[in-house]
Design a protein around this ligand. Sequence first.
Ligand code: SAM
Length: 243
Amino acid sequence: MSDECYGHPRLAAVYDPLDPDRGDLGAYLGMAEEFGARRVLDIGCGTGVFALLLADRGIEVVGVDPAGASLDVARGKPGGARVRWIEGDATALPPLRVDLVTMTANVAQAVVGPGVWHGTLRGARTALRPGGRLVFETRDPARRAWEGWTREESYTRADVPGVGTVESRHRVTAVDGPLVTFRTVYVFAADGAVLTSDSTLRFRGREEVEADLAGHGFAVDEVRDAPDRPGRELVFVARRPDV
Ligand SMILES: C[S@@+](CC[C@H](N)C(=O)[O-])C[C@H]1O[C@@H](n2cnc3c(N)ncnc32)[C@H](O)[C@@H]1O
């Protein structure tokens, strides 16, 4: 297999157990509160962890993701029926008028091609009400995070109810300018299955992202730090101007 892991049913089912610490989402919950968001669009919602946290707080949420298998996991979770799930990306959304658009867990880096990246920013702006905000993070390229993505450092193991023990490891296979490709290998102890997934991320610097946001009519109010990963992430707070 050589596609993204999120669209593979067996891998989508173990995504949450292999990444159980979602302390990263606290900052986004805080921003939803800070900006008084009542309606949120979560782009790249994956298995719906953040969308469901918002829905639990009475917020109206639309979650969009191209990975149907991840959306199936999201739909099956408690409260899944309270979120409107859309399979696709932000380049083809139905009419929306949200207060806040989010892209958590470095979704922006998974939007690799320039066409889909610009389409995503355009789609986010169109979905926002005037004055609404787009917030997302991207790893600071200056920190060269990929240099730590070794088999040893990335080893993860989870005992998943109904699935058994799953181990995963990844390693970087190519660095080509801003594009970093890595391979993740998953081993399922129950039947010995070994699944491999290749992913590419794009690293964009602060100036590039600020210019792209401005090009799509956003005002960049702030670039924050991620409190749980100090000095490693650039968290953009962009606003659709009132007029
Ligand atoms: C690291 S996961 C993050 C999932 C989720 N935001 C979270 O916090 O758990 C990245 C997600 O981005 C999605 N993705 C990839 N390309 C995308 C695109 N062009 N538009 C929206 N989502 C995309 C993937 O399918 C995957 O679910």
